[in-house]
Write a protein that binds this ligand. Structure first.
Ligand code: AMP
Ligand code: ZN
Length: 663
């Protein structure tokens, strides 16, 4: 055998063992033998780099780093599913389908609804070429490197595959793997993860694929998509997928009638807790592909499929105490502290109590045994009293702020109490500054939420304008603040002066002004002075701005403390003007990699990045031999400049860049 043949034989053999172990749950060699063969392959590959194959089983260990996940368009849109909660809903759905299809007999595929992160994987000539998250259904993130580390995802398919197709599935974390991960975290004194679903979807966006490789993720597949696939039904699709090497849960079933669908649902409603992973329902699909085509899609979901959601899981436990949290807007949230209890695969210790009305309505008292339910949300909620443990003391909702003692208010029509001490209540002040520095706002690197609290308690910042007066000498003396961190903090704050007006507007934390509204306002008013002058009548003419938002914007700018703060931000040079930049879209930069460095006049950094991507280019995070252009602004670091020169990379300024995209 030649070296190449040996390598190929080892790869094929390891693929089979991976499949046996991770897809069929039926290993046929010992872990030790597997590791020995893998090591043998790795050594041969290292000695013979000319035979490198990115789909070799040796690549499962990961190691590639993705700084920014590229956004890619889905060739076939990834739809959501319509939900149903009762037999009636399903019967209605059946008759709607029947009405469109006429007098034909329908069969249904019943599948469990896997609760994880959706993924679409493309295969060409039997090889995995791309894996993309659902994103908004039209575009998702390219997470190929991370997906390849998941052992149940075949890199090379068994014979019988269509030339090109996509397969859709769900990346999940089985309970056992989730618990193991949490155990390890507990051992090193870290906070455990909240639930398997979020941990699975978070894993897909880890930058280091070697980290993903360590996580016991699985990929469960449910649908092949493509042109001219050799299947006539959903069920055949599942069988073919299985034959090609994919993990398709065996629970899926073909139902000959809607009654058989109900049987499937009833069975799994009862037995779902015995599954190794989380499921929150059943997905029922019209089996025949031609019928599916005839039924088509609504704006959001296929007409030929329906998700049936199980009722959320409930347990009961003792309510030990109630704490009251104060948010950045002053809203008070009551939180139940519970005797820890196992619920839907996680240990629950805290639950939401919503607001005073809810507590009163359910008459929940400390010491009671209460029902806890977990729906789709991360924080479970209390839905009622199971056993009255406390006859004497009904809960009296707080009347003053637990943080600053100010009397709470509750406006007409609002569910929550508020602490009105906007400028003096510590969690509100800290919360506002934390919001100001957050990634979608001023994106201040080198300053985290805890440091903000530290700075506040040290008396160094009382509002976000104070950040810009900070001196290194002041921060370096703080607890756990190394010299370098202090430098980073100061330079991060300095850099934030380049953040675009729309982000600044969002950062100000005006109530009801989220990212989208901030964008609209920035675009419409062009600068902060125009916005501050606008009256209610004027504001409501802006697209999507209603009276509630308009009033809140006006209140904000009429407040004299806010006026002082805004003036100070203006003086230090924070962006209060909207820059219209070219938003042309082209292929002019196809295949070119750009690195953006320094401070710019016309573009904000975000605008530059967007313009690069809109015109087909890519944004690199650091200068390397692969970089084609460095777009340099003022204050570009000398080390970067040196590196770019050394690698003979063309350095251009923003005006030259503008010319490139405008032809
Ligand atoms: P939703 O996000 O509630 O609209 O539900 C749609 C999502 O359910 C899809 O995007 C899939 O990721 C997920 N899903 C889980 N299991 C299945 C299944 N067996 N068939 C189709 N979709 C599924
Ligand atoms: Zn307060």
């Amino acid at each position: 055998m030649t070296v190449l043949e040996t390598i190929q034989a080892l790869r094929a053999e390891l693929n089979v063992h991976n499949h046996n172990y991770y897809v069929l749950d039926n290993p046929t060699i010992s872990d030790f033998d597997f590791d020995t063969k893998l090591k043998q392959l790795q050594d041969l590959e290292a000695d013979n780099p000319q035979f490198f194959d990115e789909n070799s089983p040796s690549q499962r260990v990961g190691g590639s780093i993705t700084k920014n996940f590229n956004t890619v368009e889905h060739e076939f849109r990834m739809y959501s599913l319509d939900n149903s909660y009762s037999k009636e809903d399903l019967l209605d759905w059946q008759s709607r389908c029947q009405k469109i299809l006429g007098d034909v007999s329908l069969e249904f595929t019943c599948e469990l609804k896997y609760d994880g992160a959706s993924i679409s994987i493309t295969y060409e000539n039997g090889k995995l070429v791309k894996a993309v998250t659902r994103g908004d259904g039209f575009k998702g993130d390219d997470v190929t490197n991370n997906i390849k580390t998941i052992k149940s995802v075949p890199l090379q398919l068994n014979a019988g595959f269509p030339d090109k197709f996509e397969i859709r599935g769900e990346i999940i974390l089985p309970f056992s793997g989730f618990e193991k991960m949490n155990q390890e975290l507990l051992e090193i004194g870290e906070t455990p993860y909240a639930n398997p679903r979020n941990t699975a979807s978070g894993s897909l966006k880890l930058q280091d694929s070697a980290e993903v490789a360590k996580r016991p993720l699985e990929c469960l597949l449910y649908s092949m998509i493509g042109n001219n696939l050799p299947i006539n039904s959903q069920y055949e699709g599942l069988e073919l997928s299985r034959k090609l090497g994919f993990k398709v849960p065996n629970e899926s079933k073909l139902a000959k009638s809607i009654d058989e669908v109900f049987e499937f649902i009833a069975y799994w409603d009862k037995h779902r807790h015995n599954l190794p992973y989380e499921t929150d329902g059943v997905v029922v699909k019209i089996n025949n592909i031609h019928f599916q085509e005839e039924l088509g899609y609504t704006a959001k979901s296929p007409r030929w499929a329906m998700a049936y959601k199980f009722k959320a899981e409930q347990v009961s436990t003792i309510l030990q105490s109630i704490s009251y949290q104060v948010g950045r807007t002053g809203a008070i949230t009551p939180v139940a502290n519970l005797e820890p209890v196992q619920l839907a695969g996680t240990v629950v210790k805290r639950a939401s109590l919503h607001n005073a009305d809810q507590i009163a309505k359910l008459d929940i008292r400390i010491g009671d045994e209460v029902f806890v339910e977990k729906g789709g949300e991360i924080i479970p909620k209390i839905i009622g009293v199971a056993n009255r443990g406390n006859q004497e003391n009904p809960t009296v909702y707080i009347t003053t702020c637990p943080e600053c003692n100010t009397e709470l208010i509750r406006s007409e029509g609002e569910a929550n109490h508020y602490c009105p001490n906007f400028y003096g209540c510590p969690p509100q002040i800290i919360g506002r500054i934390q919001h100001f520095i957050s990634r979608k706002a001023m994106d201040i690197d080198g300053l985290g939420g805890e440091t903000v609290a530290l700075l506040y308690h040290a008396g160094l910042v009382k509002n976000y304008a104070d950040l810009y007066d900070l001196k290194k000498e002041q921060v370096v003396v703080l607890d756990r603040m190394a010299d370098k961190s202090a430098d980073n903090l100061i330079s991060g704050i300095e850099k934030s002066k380049q953040i675009s007006f729309e982000s600044v507007l969002y950062a100000l934390g005006i109530r009801y002004v989220g990212e989208t509204v901030a964008k609209k306002l920035a675009k419409h008013y062009k600068n902060i002075d125009n916005l501050a002058k606008a009256d209610l009548l004027d504001l409501v003419t802006v697209d999507e701005i209603g009276e509630r938002i308009a009033q809140s914007v006006m209140d904000f700018f009429q407040n004299s403390e806010n006026q002082i703060i805004i003036n100070r931000l203006k003086e230090v040079g924070v962006q209060f003007e909207h820059n219209e930049v070219s938003t042309s879209v082209s292929n002019a930069l196809q295949g070119k990699i750009f690195v953006v460095s320094g401070v710019f006049e016309v573009f904000s950094r975000d605008d530059l990045k967007k313009a690069i991507e809109d015109n087909g280019g890519k944004v690199g995070s650091s200068i390397s031999a692969k970089t084609n252009y460095v777009i340099a602004g003022a204050n570009m670091g000398p080390a970067k400049l040196e590196k770019a020169k050394q690698l003979k990379i063309e350095i251009i300024d923003e005006y030259q860049f503008q010319k490139m995209i405008n032809g």
